[in-house]
Write a protein that binds this ligand. Structure first.
Ligand code: CTP
Length: 423
């Protein structure tokens, strides 16, 4: 059997290697065997750096994850269905999963799961490139288990399913196939592509939460736009939601977004993807993907920012304070998404003016300064601050002294008081 211990040593750092050996030792005490499985093996064999690890445990017990967490000075952070435990130790995320065999009662159903051998566990997986394991046990550390000649697909760069019902059993694999193909620069094997195209309608069988999680993983990828384009070519994008469509303008806007260094790329992409949708299409998408409140806000604000753009299509002069007033409080990703969707139009320039300049403008004087100037306490203070901001935004005043003069003129205040109380 091929041993890839040296490859693991090259692609994992010392901390991960120590953790893997520690996990194997604890498992042995519990009479279990452990295997590094899935993406970590794929990436190690491709010469990519491996950080988070996924470990298949043959002979899982309920005490084992706790024992592992103690040995690694970590903690179990989640236990999900099918005896899968998520641990955090020294900042690393480790998944311990019971090796299992699966059957699906119907498409999209969660699988019926039974404890299984490592062979059964590999056979249930999505693609050959993810269906290899490496033994972590003492005495066989590094032994590669490749029952289906998966290495050959890794070498030739193929994304290939393990059996013909794979996409029907679990249609999230449609998104995963495109994600791996683009990320790794691989090709969809011809029969796999044929099966995928025939299974896109099975995306309907996937629960909103699972679909959202896989869709978000697409949006988080470095080459998300190419993945979306591939999903569109395969007929899968509109099966996620009928209104999800990439026009050439949408693709351009997404690419411009991808080139920016915006911190919340998934929110920005969502804004662009929903820019041309009707309100009811957006509401349906939000439901279909059960978006969290943060992303719902982006989608809703995109509608508001867009309506502002449409109101002003005349391109006539609009005061800077008016632009500010309309956009104030709207989600940043939504405004940027609208600007990118608008190309080089006057409206895009206004949206960018707000993001780059207007929203950062504040009056130099605070409420306490106004009171010190002699403005009576009460609603007038707030109204004056609003007036000051408006005058600043519109370039009518520029300095603190301008603001003092502005307030003095508005309230008929004596010059001496303001000068001595605010200097
Ligand atoms: N898996 C599967 N079918 C799915 C999801 C996952 O068979 N629908 C299997 C694959 O073998 C995969 C493993 O579970 O390798 C772990 O899943 P995940 O963490 O989602 O993927 P990774 O392989 O770690 O890939 P990535 O680099 O995208 O995280």
């Amino acid at each position: 059997m091929k041993n890839i211990a040296a490859t693991l040593e090259a692609q994992l750092d010392n901390l991960s290697l120590c953790q893997l050996r520690g996990i194997a030792a604890v498992a042995e005490v519990h009479g279990a065997r452990t295997y590094l499985a899935g993406g970590a093996v794929r990436d190690a064999l491709l010469g990519l750096q491996v950080s988070d690890v996924d470990i298949a445990v043959v002979g899982m017990t309920s005490e084992l994850p706790i024992g592992v967490a103690q040995a690694l000075n970590g903690r179990v952070v989640a236990r999900s269905q099918f005896n899968t435990f998520s641990l955090i130790a020294s900042g690393r995320h480790i998944d311990l999963t019971m090796a299992r065999c699966e059957t699906y009662a119907h498409s999209g159903a969660l699988p019926t799961v039974l404890p299984g051998t490592i062979r059964q566990d590999l056979a249930r997986r999505d693609f050959t490139i993810n269906a290899m394991a490496v033994s972590l046990s003492t005495g066989s550390f590094g032994e590669l288990i490749d029952l289906l000649n998966c290495q050959s697909d890794l070498k030739t760069g193929m994304v290939r399913v393990l059996h013909d019902d794979s996409f029907k059993d679990d249609a999230t694999r449609i998104l995963r196939a495109a994600r791996y193909a683009v990320r790794l620069g691989f090709t969809l094997e011809a029969h796999t592509e044929h099966l995928l195209r025939g299974a896109v309608s099975y995306l309907d069988t996937i629960s909103p939460a699972r679909l959202r999680d896989e869709f978000m993983r697409v949006l988080q990828e470095g080459r998300a736009v190419s993945i979306l384009e591939m999903l569109q070519c395969l007929g899968a994008l509109r099966s996620i939601h009928p209104a999800l469509a990439l026009s050439p303008q949408t693709s351009d806007a997404l690419r411009r977004a991808a080139q920016s260094d915006y911190a919340e790329m998934p929110a920005l992409f969502l804004s662009i993807l929903t820019y041309s949708m009707t309100e009811s299409e957006k509401a349906n998408l939000v439901e279909r993907l059960q978006l969290n409140s943060r992303l719902r806000q982006t989608v809703q604000s995109t509608g508001l920012a867009r309506s502002l753009v449409q109101d002003d299509r005349s391109g006539g002069d609009v005061r800077r304070s008016e632009i500010y007033r309309r956009l104030k409080g709207l989600d940043e990703a939504a405004i940027l998404g609208c600007a990118l969707s608008e190309g080089d139009s006057v409206m895009a320039q206004r949206l960018m003016l707000y993001l780059n300049e207007l929203r950062h403008i504040t009056p130099a004087l605070k409420g306490t300064d106004l009171l010190a100037l002699g403005v009576p306490q009460g609603p007038e203070v707030g109204a004056l601050l609003d007036d000051l901001l408006e005058a600043r935004l519109d370039g009518k005043i520029e300095t603190r002294q301008d603001e003092i003069s502005f307030v003095r003129a508005q309230c008929n205040l004596p010059a001496s008081k303001e000068t001595c109380r605010t200097s």
